[in-house]
Design a protein. Structure first.
Length: 585
C-alpha cells in the first residue's frame, strides 16, 4: 500500500494495520516504511497489545494512539510519559442514543498540545433496507436478521447518521461541540464579551457573523447582530454587548455563529453553532406555571373519605384517589375528565440504550426492571383549604433487599393543585439508578406538549451541548427519536415547566429545581421488548415521565464507563414538583 499510494497527497500518515497485536513483523514493516517514505508519520494503535516478556522497538512509531480510552487513562499517559503525541484512533462510539462525552473529550484535546484530536466512530449506521412495513416505516435489517449464525447483532448500527443519512441527535451534539468559536467570559454588568477563535487560519471577523437573542422564560425579548471585531486564529478577542435583563424570569443570552461566506459545501448564513449563557437576576424563577394557578382560593373544605386501601379527595372541580398500598394516585379527575388511564408509578427503570449494554446486566441483577412501590403507613391531615397525605413507602423487587426507602408527601389544595415532596434513601449496595421519577399514563388526547427546558431535540445530563433553553412546542409523537433498535430516547433535561394539553384542557408539571421529562406513545417496556423500530406498538396512553434525574448516556457500548459526574449515584435525594390539572377558561 505504501508503494501503491505514495503519490496520493491526501494520505498524511501510515498505519501498520488494526487490532492485530504487535511483533517483529510490525517492527520490520515500520522500519521499511520510515526509510522508504520518511516524510510521513506513522501510527499503530495495537502496538500496546504485546508480550510483556519481550522488549519491543517503537522508535519508528511517531504517534501514541488508542481506541476509546477513559479520560483518566489519557491524563495518566500525558503526566507519566507524553513522549509522543496522543491520537484517538477511535472515540465517542456513536451507537444508538449517544454519545454523551463529546464535550469532555473536546476539553481534554484542547487543554494539552500533545493531544492530536481523534476520529469519531463512526459516520453512518450500517443496515439493509428491506421495504416498508404496514405502518409506513422502513424495515432495516442488521446482524442476525438474515438467518446467519455468526453475527454481532446491531453493533453495525453505530453511526452519527441513520442508514439513509438522516441526522442522529448525536451528530447535532458533535456539531455544536466543534463550533468555530466559544464564549470565554461575559460580564453582564459591563457588557464585555470575550470569545476564543478555534479556527486554524481564518480571523473570526472574516469567517462568521454573530447574532444574539435574549430570552425570558423561553420567549425572545431582544435580538441583534454583533458588530465585526477581530479574533485571530486560536486567539481571543473582546467586544461589548449591553443587554437589559428583566428582574423576573429565567433569562438566557444566546450567541449564534453564522457562516459569513459561501463555501463549496455550505451556503452563506449556515448556522455553525451557538453559545448560551444564563443571565437571570439572582433567585429569578420561571413564571410559566403561575398562569394556571387560580389567584383566589376556593373557600370550601375538601371532602376526604378513607377506607382500608384508598383515600378519596373531592373538591369543587376535582376528584382524586390515592392508593394506600402504593401511596400513589390511581384517579385524577378534574372538571369531569379523567386524566389517568392507569395508576401512577414511581419509576427507576428505562429501556436500556446501546450504551447501557454492560451496566444493564448490573441493573437487571438488582431487579430494577421488576421494581414496584409498596407503602407501609399513611397519615392524612386535613386543613381548611387542603389536605396533606404522608406515606412511608419503598421501592422493592422480589428476592432482593429494599432498593429505596421513600417518604411521599402530597399536598392537595382546594383548587386541585398538587404539590409533591418525595424524600429518598437508596441502599448503597445497589448500582447506580437508571432514573428516578414519577410515571403517569395520561389521556391520549393530551398530545400537545409545551415545555421550558433544553430542546428542541432530546437532551440528557451529559448530552445537551446541541440543545438550548427555550419555550418549545411539539406533538407527543414528534418527541420520539426513532432509533432502529428501540431504546430510551426523547428525554428533555433541565426543565422547569412542561404542559400536556389539547385545545380545551391539560396538565402542568413544574418545579423550582430543574427536572427532566419524557412524553411518549411508547412504554419503556415496549421499547425494551422490540428489536426493531417498525415493530413498536403504541400504548393506549401518553406515557409521561417526570424525572428527578437519569443516569448519563456516555459511550460505553465501546467506550469507557459513564464519567463520575454524570452518574446517577445519589444515595440521599429529595424530589419536589407540582402538578396542576386545568380547563381553559
Amino acid at each position: 500500500m505504501v508503494e501503491r499510494d505514495k503519490n496520493r497527497f491526501c494520505i498524511v500518515m501510515w498505519s501498520m494495520g488494526n487490532e492485530s497485536a504487535y511483533g517483529c513483523n510490525f517492527e520490520k514493516a515500520l522500519a521499511w516504511t520510515k526509510k522508504f517514505d520518511p516524510d510521513r508519520i506513522t501510527q499503530y494503535e495495537s502496538a500496546r497489545y504485546r508480550n510483556y516478556d519481550e522488549t519491543y522497538d517503537y522508535s519508528n512509531l511517531d504517534v501514541y494512539s488508542r481506541m476509546y480510552p477513559a479520560l483518566s487513562e489519557i491524563q495518566e499517559y500525558l503526566d507519566k510519559d507524553g513522549s509522543k503525541p496522543f491520537l484517538l484512533v477511535e472515540y465517542c462510539h456513536s451507537m444508538g442514543n449517544g454519545p454523551g462525552d463529546f464535550e469532555d473529550y473536546f476539553q481534554m484535546i484542547q487543554d494539552n498540545d500533545k493531544m492530536c484530536g481523534g476520529f469519531v466512530w463512526e459516520w453512518c449506521d450500517h443496515a439493509i433496507a428491506h421495504g416498508t412495513a404496514e405502518n409506513g416505516k422502513t424495515i432495516y435489517a442488521y446482524g442476525g436478521d438474515h438467518g446467519e449464525e455468526i453475527h454481532d447483532g446491531n453493533f453495525c448500527m453505530d453511526g452519527l447518521v441513520y442508514p439513509d443519512r438522516t441526522v442522529h441527535t448525536g451528530l447535532l451534539e458533535y456539531k455544536n461541540v466543534y463550533r468555530p468559536a466559544r464564549v470565554i467570559s461575559y460580564d453582564k454588568e459591563s457588557g464585555e464579551l470575550v470569545l476564543h477563535n478555534y479556527m486554524d487560519f481564518d480571523d473570526l471577523k472574516d469567517y462568521v457573523k454573530i447574532s444574539y437573542e435574549l430570552t425570558q422564560d423561553g420567549l425572545v425579548i431582544s435580538k441583534g447582530i454583533l458588530p465585526e471585531f477581530s479574533v485571530a486564529p486560536h486567539g481571543e478577542g473582546k467586544t461589548n454587548l449591553k443587554i437589559n435583563v428583566p428582574e423576573n424570569g429565567k433569562c438566557y443570552l444566546k450567541l449564534i455563529y453564522h457562516l459569513k461566506k459561501e463555501l463549496p459545501l455550505l451556503d452563506e448564513d449556515h448556522i455553525l453553532g451557538f453559545d448560551e449563557i444564563e443571565v437571570s437576576k439572582e433567585d429569578a424563577k420561571c413564571k410559566l406555571a403561575e398562569k394556571w394557578i387560580p389567584k383566589t382560593v376556593v373557600d370550601s373544605e375538601l371532602q376526604v373519605n378513607e377506607n382500608d386501601t384508598q383515600i378519596h379527595i373531592k373538591g369543587r372541580e376535582f376528584a382524586y384517589t390515592v392508593d394506600k398500598r402504593t401511596a400513589l394516585f390511581t384517579e385524577m379527575k378534574f372538571a369531569g375528565r379523567e386524566y389517568l388511564n392507569h395508576p401512577m408509578e414511581l419509576n427507576i427503570w428505562r429501556a436500556p440504550t446501546d450504551n447501557d449494554m454492560y451496566i444493564k446486566s448490573e441493573w437487571k441483577k438488582a431487579h430494577y426492571d421488576k421494581a414496584y412501590t409498596r407503602a407501609y403507613t399513611t397519615e392524612v391531615v386535613q386543613g381548611k383549604h387542603g389536605v396533606k397525605i404522608t406515606s412511608h413507602a419503598s421501592v422493592v423487587a422480589e428476592t432482593v433487599q429494599k432498593i429505596l426507602d421513600v417518604t411521599i408527601t402530597w399536598k392537595i389544595e382546594a383548587t386541585g393543585k398538587i404539590d409533591a415532596d418525595v424524600a429518598v434513601t437508596k441502599d448503597d449496595e445497589f448500582p447506580d439508578l437508571p432514573r428516578f421519577g414519577v410515571r403517569m399514563f395520561l389521556d391520549k388526547k393530551l398530545a400537545d406538549v409545551r415545555f421550558f427546558g433544553m430542546g428542541p431535540q432530546e437532551s440528557y445530563r451529559d448530552k445537551h451541548q446541541a440543545a438550548s433553553h427555550g419555550l418549545y412546542r411539539a406533538n407527543v409523537g414528534d418527541l420520539h427519536e426513532d432509533y432502529i433498535r428501540p431504546q430510551e430516547n426523547g428525554s428533555h433535561y433541565d426543565c422547569e415547566y412542561v404542559e400536556l394539553n389539547n385545545s380545551r384542557y391539560g396538565i402542568v408539571a413544574s418545579a423550582e429545581k430543574a427536572f427532566s421529562f419524557n412524553a411518549s406513545y411508547y412504554t419503556q417496556e415496549e421499547l425494551e421488548k422490540k428489536t426493531h423500530n417498525y415493530e413498536l406498538i403504541e400504548s393506549d396512553s401518553v406515557v409521561f415521565c417526570v424525572d428527578y434525574a437519569l443516569n448519563g448516556i456516555g459511550s460505553n457500548s465501546c467506550g469507557p464507563v459513564v464519567l463520575e459526574q454524570y452518574r446517577f449515584d445519589d444515595v440521599l435525594f429529595q424530589f419536589q414538583f407540582t402538578l396542576i390539572p386545568y380547563v381553559k377558561g
